[in-house]
Write a new protein. Structure first.
Length: 133
């Protein structure tokens, strides 16, 4: 079980309004960018744990299907074999549920990390522009 706590500084940086961004000076932009980059590193760690679970579940599902593939016609599609095994094997069904859950989290975290990095990049660029004013 992964417990995830939102860093209050990161939450503040993520939720900056356009009006608040207009009032930030160069150093404040850099500080918020740094906090976001640090939080991205933390979220990347959470992402990596879910990705590991996903790959583990996929690997074990493949092994289960392969071990039971002799009971199926040799021309049957792999996906059909997999779904048939999942329906008839409790452990395979649990692995499937784990895989689906991990896939959703990996997808969601991928987008979230990308968005936070973009936001941090924008703050760095704003800082550069405001340094010379």
């Amino acid at each position: 079980v992964i417990s995830c706590r939102v860093n209050p500084e990161a939450e503040a940086a993520i939720n900056l309004t356009s009006e608040e961004i207009k009032t930030l000076d160069s150093n404040e932009c850099l500080r918020h960018a740094y906090v976001l980059y640090q939080y991205c590193n933390y979220v990347q760690g959470v992402f990596n744990k879910h990705l590991t679970k996903l790959k583990w579940a996929e690997e074990h599902l493949s092994k289960i299907v392969s071990s039971q593939s002799a009971q199926f016609d040799k021309y049957m599609k792999w996906e059909q074999k997999r779904h048939s095994v999942i329906q008839n094997d409790d452990f395979a069904r649990k692995l499937w549920d784990l895989k689906i859950s991990a896939e959703g989290k990996v997808t969601w975290l991928t987008d979230k990390i990308r968005d936070m990095r973009r936001q941090a990049d924008v703050l760095v660029e704003l800082s550069k522009g405001r340094r010379y004013k």
